[in-house]
Design a protein. Sequence first.
Length: 270
Amino acid sequence: MSLVVSVSNRKGGSGKTTTAVNLAAEWAARGLRTLVVDLDTQGHAGYGFGVVAGRGDPTVHDLFGAHGGELAAAIRPTAWQNLFVAPADPMFEGVSAGADKTLLARQLRASPIAEAFDRIVLDTPPAADAILVNALAAADAVLVPIVPHTLSAIGVEQLSRLLFRVATGVDQRRRLLGIVPVMTNGRINLHRTVVDEVTTRFGRDRLMKAIRSDIRVAEAFASRKPVRDYAPRSHGALDYHLLVEDLATLWDWPATGCADCAPAQRPRIS
Ligand SMILES: Nc1ncnc2c1ncn2[C@@H]1O[C@H](COP(=O)(O)OP(=O)(O)OP(=O)(O)O)[C@@H](O)[C@H]1O
Ligand SMILES: [Mg+2]
């Protein structure tokens, strides 16, 4: 059974896609069969792995359109073992009136996807729309990347309110909330102040290790590679490695997969 994490923040440019891509790559490299679902029509998560849907290709957004669709049909392998992507539809024009908030959850929790993956990472758009609500309803955990500036704590509070409202309306599964400071710089006093404030407000066990500001992270994305491949000795690669360790400790989500298992296969639709 897969564990689903939604990487979400209503604020644009807060490191959601970068975190989704690099977290997924780190899990896949450790033998965990990992799927990235690119729910943002900007298509950046797919781009980060060099996977972009062409006209007429199945995408995750088919689920939300008037004709419905199977998520499994949209799943594609990447150049990395154990790492798959369901790309976005850049032409998607909006959720159909009939779409409900458990559409995505039902597909992720059912065969063949639930059996095919150990981890599912949802990259979400910077908007509180029906797609974000679907992601929160499907998630076991929500990871909120924040750039530490003055309004960050308010943003996390708004998102956690939405998460718990969606969660209580859908099922009684326990939802985890984790906050990851990103693009941090220890020499900037404000960053330290904001991270301290967020820790006080949300608790140490909700605060993950920070991802430092590192130009290699941005360069890796532009090269369509995870930073662990592009610059394995960089701060960014180390920080995403440590994030996976942190999730193992704080959430009890194992950091490695089965050593002797066969690599993941694309799930078949029966
Ligand atoms: N640790 C980092 N160091 C340096 N630059 C970073 C880091 N993390 C992200 N960036 C850069 O910050 C920018 C925004 O990151 P990203 O696209 O991941 O944000 P986002 O929240 O997904 O944005 P959107 O809301 O548009 O989807 C990108 O140019 C990315 O390369
Ligand atoms: Mg993004």
